[in-house]
Design a protein around this ligand. Structure first.
Ligand SMILES: [Zn+2]
Length: 46
C-alpha cells in the first residue's frame, strides 16, 4: 500500500483504492477517478 498524488487534482490517492490508473511510459499513474484519468490522457504529451 502506498500513497501517491493524483497528477490532475493533486489529491493523495491510496494505490490500493485508486479508482483509476494507467501506465504511461512504463510508469503507473494513479487517479482519484476516471475523470482525472481522461483529463490526464487528454493532456498527455508524447
Ligand atoms: Zn483526481
Amino acid at each position: 500500500m502506498a500513497k501517491v498524488e493524483d497528477p490532475i487534482c493533486h489529491m493523495i490517492v491510496d494505490t490500493d483504492r485508486a479508482r483509476a490508473k494507467g501506465v504511461y511510459r512504463g510508469e503507473t499513474v494513479y487517479f482519484c477517478s476516471e475523470v482525472c484519468k481522461s483529463r490526464y490522457e487528454a493532456g498527455q504529451t508524447r
